[in-house]
Ligand binder design. Structure first.
Ligand code: GH3
Ligand code: MG
Ligand code: MG
Length: 590
């Protein structure tokens, strides 16, 4: 593309340079011609002019002789024909000769005409005066065009020649051809010319110093006595006038100035064009460098990048994106999202795409199958492509976060495990002491706000030391586990149980007053009595003592105080024979 542009540029440059050179050459040739020709009238043109003048003179003479013949014919007819026939004969003569308007014979007056006389009679009437030979006056009125018709075709054939035919009074009779006014002034000059001397003459004029060097050919035709007709023509030949035209040099210089100026402007234009071309090339280079940069970055980036148009057809997908779907550039470019994602995935992504194309960017994490069937996680952003307020499509920037996700899931599990470890007693699966006390604290706060009662029991296995001693530590553990199971099974989900330490347990009964709590405690005690724990082929039985405390909501007691009260009640239960429930004093602080 760059090559073609450069070629185009050099073509037009060559064209303009050629144009300038031609313009300058032409100006030089014209200038040279002017210098060489200055002061030299064109000889060829002058010769041509003179020869035309001769032709014109010849024609005039033949015209004059034809008029003479006419007069002779009329004289003869007047002399010979009877008067009665004369008019008919003359009438025939008028009709047969187009240039004759009328013929009249005075004496025994005869007059004939074929058309009204157009011009003033004085200008056009040819009169043969009385002479010795002719006893009549004969007037032959010739049409004013008589001479013009003879001369004009010859002279008009010459391109730059103007013809003027004027009557003796100076009036033009050939309006199409010329300028009567200008000619009349020339006639006046001719009349003053001593050479002419009022005779039939042919004169060539060079008007020195005039705007045009006019070649004047003039015929004044007093060919007949009192001759009424003058025929003249003049020529303005450019070929003659060039040599003397004072403006020609100025025009040629102006041409030269224009040629030089045009060349300078052109040179400047070419320089400017060259710099524009250079900067365009620089821009092209920069843009291709940038394109290349982006391409390298995109193809090697560890994120998936794609661009989809409004019709949800893929316009770009980088290598990560393609490899996720296992497609080549050709296989993915121009394809619809529905086909690339597959129905199941498109069902999830379609609404997000539509929202993006409405101008709402999307950020989401998604579990996705890969082409090879393995499962992965992607973190995706759909970004609308705004252009002048209109959305053209959207960008997808997505990361494969599978490893991150798996680590996250492992960590979450670990956190869950740690939480369980931190809050659960490993042996019994009950809340550990700290967790139980936290829950007790929470429930106490809640019961105060809601004005509810709560009760707390402290349980201790009786003579647990003996169980350990008799069945071993494992036996003791089995008993502890069984009691934990019993607590989990028997108590309501709203209640909380936990191992306070050793063979000592705590149970919080939410919303229970002393009576209800006592019933629960008694039921527990009895169920424990019923338990038979199998261990190492032997059956272990045991009992528990319970210290019970119930609090009214408004008392504002702390966990410590409540625990202490329960402990005291438990102590009483142990002291009073074990396997029993003792109730601490109800209510307020001690
Ligand atoms: P009393 O009826 O007065 O409660 O007598 P007792 O023997 O149950 O009480 P004592 O506090 O003297 O003994 C508790 C014993 O519990 C001591 C300890 O070795 C044992 N013990 C504490 N924790 C565990 C445990 O996790 N597993 C087992 N097997 N024994 C434990
Ligand atoms: Mg004990
Ligand atoms: Mg104990």
């Amino acid at each position: 593309m760059n090559m073609a542009a450069a070629e185009l540029g050099s073509h037009s440059r060559m064209y303009w340079v050629g144009h300038s050179v031609l313009l300058l050459l032409l100006a030089l040739v014209i200038g040279w011609d002017i210098v060489v020709d200055s002061g030299e009238p064109d000889r060829t043109a002058t010769r041509l002019l003179l020869s035309e003048t001769d032709i014109a003179a010849g024609l005039l003479e033949s015209g004059v002789s034809s008029v003479e013949e006419l007069f002779a014919a009329v004289e003869q007819a007047v002399g010979e024909a009877p008067r009665s026939e004369l008019e008919g004969y003359l009438n025939l003569l008028v009709q047969s000769r187009q240039d004759v308007v009328s013929i009249s014979v005075s004496g025994d007056f005869v007059r004939t005409d074929s058309a009204p006389v157009q011009n003033s009679p004085g200008a056009t009437v040819f009169t043969r005066g009385r002479s010795a030979q002719v006893p009549y006056d004969i007037s032959i009125v010739l049409a004013p065009e008589f001479w013009a018709r003879r001369l004009a075709p010859v002279i008009m054939a010459e391109k730059d020649t103007r013809v003027a035919v004027v009557a003796a009074n100076g009036r033009s009779v050939l309006p199409a051809g010329g300028s009567g006014l200008a000619f009349s002034s020339l006639l006046a000059a001719a009349a003053r010319d001593p050479q002419l001397n009022g005779k039939a003459q042919l004169q060539l004029f060079f008007h020195e110093g005039a705007e045009y060097n006019l070649a004047l050919r003039k015929v004044i035709a007093p060919l007949l006595k009192g001759g009424p007709l003058a025929v003249g023509l003049f020529s303005a030949r450019t070929s003659i006038s060039f040599g003397h035209h004072p403006l020609s040099l100025v025009l040629a210089l102006a041409w030269l100035v224009v040629a030089v100026a045009s060349t300078l402007v052109l040179a400047k234009e070419l320089r400017a064009r060259g710099s524009v071309e250079a900067s365009a090339q620089k821009m092209r280079h920069e843009s291709s460098t940038r394109e290349n940069f982006i391409n390298v970055v995109m193809e090697n980036a560890s994120v998936m990048v794609a661009y989809w148009d409004m019709a949800q057809r893929c316009r770009y997908a980088n290598s990560m994106y393609r490899s996720w779907f296992g497609k080549t550039v050709e296989q993915i470019t121009g394809q619809y999202a529905r086909d690339i994602l597959g129905e199941a995935l498109y069902a999830l992504c379609g609404p997000l795409i539509e929202a993006t194309l409405r101008g709402e960017p999307q950020t989401f994490e998604q579990e996705r199958p890969r082409k090879d069937g393995s499962k992965g996680y992607v973190f995706s952003r759909y970004i609308p492509d705004w252009e002048e307020g209109v959305i053209r499509g959207f960008f997808v920037i997505a990361s494969d976060v599978t490893e991150l996700k798996e680590t996250q899931l492992q960590l979450e599990k670990r956190v869950d495990d740690l939480y369980a470890m931190a809050t659960t007693d490993a042996l019994t699966g009950l809340n550990n002491r700290r967790n139980l006390l936290e829950k007790v604290q929470f429930e106490m706060d809640l019961s105060q706000r809601l004005d509810m009662q709560i009760s707390f029991m402290m349980l201790d296995i009786d003579h647990f030391k003996r169980i350990n001693d008799t069945f071993g530590h494992d036996g003791g553990d089995a008993v502890l586990r069984r009691l934990g199971l019993l607590l989990r099974q028997t108590l309501r989900t709203v209640d909380h149980s936990g191992r306070l330490g050793g063979e000592e347990f705590g149970v919080l009964l939410t919303g229970s007053g002393p009576e209800e709590a006592y019933v629960v405690a008694e039921r527990l005690r009895k169920e424990v009595m019923e338990l038979a724990v199998e261990h190492g082929g032997e059956t272990m039985r045991f009992t528990i003592s319970i210290g019970l405390v119930s609090l009214a909501s408004a008392t504002g007691n702390s966990v410590e105080v409540m625990m202490k009260k329960a402990d005291t009640a438990l102590y009483q239960a142990k002291n009073s024979g074990r396997n029993r429930v003792c109730v601490a004093e109800y209510g307020g602080e001690e």
